[in-house]
Every structure is written in structure tokens, then in C-alpha cells.
Design a binder for this molecule. Structure first.
Ligand SMILES: NC(=O)c1ccc[n+]([C@@H]2O[C@H](COP(=O)([O-])OP(=O)(O)OC[C@H]3O[C@@H](n4cnc5c(N)ncnc54)[C@H](OP(=O)(O)O)[C@@H]3O)[C@@H](O)[C@H]2O)c1
Length: 330
């Protein structure tokens, strides 16, 4: 991940450098060596770049797919932005919180969404209605994703009623927090059963369909806790760390059939899961100084699930954490 980011940054800088230098009269090689030589070079170049870009008429434009192609490569990418038209998406634990926001985002983007829930039937029905009001299609389906036969019923229903499964978001999850020395085996097991085994079962069911289709995208909702750990969450951290490893293994295994698998690692997001935590204390640990919103996680999931530009991304973890994991080397 760190490699990809630094590669991406230096590539972008190279493009900017070339453009900027052509305008300003300095050679690309001269600016490149200024950038490489030390931090001050980088800072100077970053400061002068907006002016140079303006001079070269490469101003940042508000997003518009039909904007004139002054920057043809970017315009082509934007023109293919997220559309879920005709796609079938299964979202586990979609009755509340982050799963609900993901279901709404995918529904609004044109997917036919299967809104999975295990207990909150009224909430799941309300999600379906919201998607339909927004012009989308959706159906609610009760299934405890810890149970193999219920997972099987969920995917069989999706396939029989909708004909295919294009996107699966493994979102259902719980916490049973307590310090390690006080953790009872059943508190450990409950979290592992849903947060890790549930992802295994749904990924296996999804793969049976997607590998045959030779297409599909699986997005696993992990957690920053699976990357950096957290006192009082040994069970949760172990399960989410397992999800990250499962994501990478499945990405390698499914890639030859065109199926991508990625993970999203939220930090603290304002949902029922976090409402009883000490909010002020938590905010102090977040560089951006606030809890995230479920729709902010949903925005990234929509990109990974639907955008053509995400077709070449697999096996990676993307944080939506207000900066909590900065420098953790994920
Ligand atoms: N909120 C955060 O700060 C945060 C941070 C990092 C990661 N996450 C992860 O994000 C995911 C969603 O969290 P959230 O905050 O949105 O939680 P939430 O508000 O508590 O919602 C949990 C969802 O999971 C469903 N669910 C629970 N048990 C289930 C089961 N056995 N089978 C199927 N669905 C089940 C619930 O549906 P029913 O009510 O119908 O059971 C509900 O829709 C979880 O995986 C969580 O670990 C959350």
C-alpha cells in the first residue's frame, strides 16, 4: 500500500513537473532533481505548482463528465464513474449503521440490492423502501450469516430471483468488548463466528456464483482495530485481522477469474456500535478530530463495488478512519 501510494504520488508529480517545466522554461530534469534532492525542493515545487498549472490552463474544474477534455485521461476515467445499473448487490447487516448506508448508496447508484438482516426486520424493510423511493430496486432477506444453511438460502434467493450476484459487501459485525483477562470463551467465539466465519461463509457462497460469471467484486468491512489492535478488543481485533488476511488470500485465488476482493477499514464511525463509547475521549485520538459518518464509508464502498476505475484494484485495504492508522504501515 505504501509502495502504491508513493509510486502514485511520484507519477503524478512527474506529470505535473513536465507540464509545469514546459511552461516555466525550466527543464524537467532540473525540477526532478530539486524534488529528489531534499524536502525543501519538494515543498518549493508543490508551492509553485498551482501557479504553473494555472499558467498552463490546467485549473482544477468542478467535476463534470461532459467537461471539455483539457485533461483527456482524467475525463475518460470520470466518464466511466460508478454506475450500478442492472447490477445485483448483496449487503450483509444492511438494516442499520454502515450496512444501511452502503445499501442506500448502491441502490441509489442503480443496483438491485439484497438487504440482509438477522433481527431488525422493520429497519430492513425501511431500507428497502428508501431505496425504492430513490428509484432503485431492493429486497430484504433475513439470514444469520454465521449459519451456513442460512447463507446458502440468502445467495440461492438472490440468484433465483435476480439471476446473478455482482457485488457482495460483507458488513455484518458485532463487538463484545472486555479486557483480555476477563474475556470468556463465548465472548471470543461470538465475535469470531460473526465477524470472521460469517465473512468466510458469504465469500465462499459469493465465489461459487462469481467465479462462474467470471466477474464480481467482494468488499469486506474490516476495521482499523484489525491493523493496529485495541485494548479491550482482542476478539474483535483478531477477527478483523483475520478478515484482512482472508481478503488478500481470496484476492489472489479469485483474480484469475476476474473477481476482485478488497477490504475497507473504518475507524470510529457514528453508529449504534459506537454510541455508548466516550465520544470526547475518542475524538482526541482521531487526527481529523471527529467520528466518521456511515455515508463516508459507503462512498468508498460504492467506488470499489461499481466504478470501472476500481476494476484493477484487488487484495488491498483502504482506511476510512480520520487518520487513526497514519504511519501504521497497514
Ligand atoms: N461503527 C464503527 O465505528 C465501526 C468501525 C470499524 C468497523 N466497523 C464494522 O462495520 C460493520 C458495521 O458496523 P456498524 O457500526 O454499522 O454496526 P451496527 O450499527 O451495530 O449494525 C450491525 C449490523 O449487522 C447486522 N447483524 C448483526 N448480527 C448479524 C447476523 N448474525 N447476521 C446478519 N446480520 C447481522 C445487524 O442487523 P440486525 O439488527 O438485523 O441483526 C446490523 O444491520 C461491522 O462489521 C463493524 O465491525 C464499524
Amino acid at each position: 500500500m505504501a509502495f502504491i501510494l508513493s509510486w502514485g504520488t511520484s507519477s503524478c508529480l512527474s506529470v505535473i513537473q513536465n507540464r509545469a517545466c514546459n511552461t516555466a522554461g525550466a527543464t524537467p530534469r532540473a525540477v526532478h532533481s530539486a524534488l529528489q534532492s531534499n524536502g525543501r525542493g519538494l515543498w518549493r515545487c508543490a508551492r509553485s505548482t498551482p501557479a504553473l498549472l494555472r499558467a498552463n490552463r490546467f485549473r482544477a474544474q468542478p467535476f463534470s463528465p461532459s467537461a471539455s477534455p483539457k485533461f483527456p485521461f482524467s475525463s475518460r476515467l470520470f466518464a466511466t464513474a460508478a454506475t450500478g445499473s442492472g447490477k445485483v448487490a448483496v449487503v450483509t447487516g444492511a438494516s442499520r449503521g454502515i450496512g444501511r448506508a452502503i445499501a442506500l448508496a448502491l441502490g441509489e447508484a442503480g443496483c438491485h440490492v439484497v438487504v440482509n438482516y438477522s433481527a431488525s426486520e422493520a429497519a430492513a424493510t425501511a431500507v428497502v423502501q428508501s431505496i425504492k423511493r430513490a428509484g432503485g430496486e431492493a429486497m430484504a432477506f433475513k439470514a444469520d450469516v454465521r449459519q451456513p444453511e442460512q447463507v446458502d438460502a440468502l445467495f440461492t434467493a438472490a440468484l433465483e430471483r435476480l439471476g446473478r450476484v455482482d457485488v457482495v459487501v460483507n458488513n455484518a459485525g458485532i463487538t463484545r468488548d472486555t479486557l483480555m483477562l476477563r474475556m470468556r470463551p463465548e465472548q471470543w467465539q461470538e465475535v469470531i463466528d460473526l465477524n470472521l466465519t460469517g465473512v468466510f461463509l458469504c465469500s465462499q457462497a459469493a465465489a461459487k456464483v462469481m467465479l462462474k460469471q467470471r466477474s464480481g467484486r467482494i468488499i469486506n468491512i474490516a476495521s482499523v482495530v484489525g491493523q493496529i489492535g485495541n485494548a479491550g478488543q482482542a476478539n474483535y481485533a483478531a477477527a478483523k485481522g483475520g478478515v484482512l488476511a482472508l481478503t488478500r488470500s481470496n484476492a489472489r485465488e479469485f483474480a484469475p477469474r476476474g473477481v476482485t476482493v478488497n477490504a475497507v477499514a473504518p475507524g470510529f464511525i457514528a453508529t449504534e456500535m459506537t454510541e455508548n463509547l466516550p465520544q470526547e475521549q475518542i475524538q482526541k485520538t482521531i487526527p481529523l478530530g471527529r467520528l466518521g459518518e456511515a455515508r463516508e464509508v459507503a462512498g468508498l464502498v460504492r467506488f470499489l463495488a461499481l466504478d470501472e476505475a476500481a476494476a484493477y484494484i484487488t487484495g488491498h485495504t483502504f482506511n476510512v478512519d480520520g487518520g487513526i492508522a497514519i504511519g501504521a504501515g497497514n
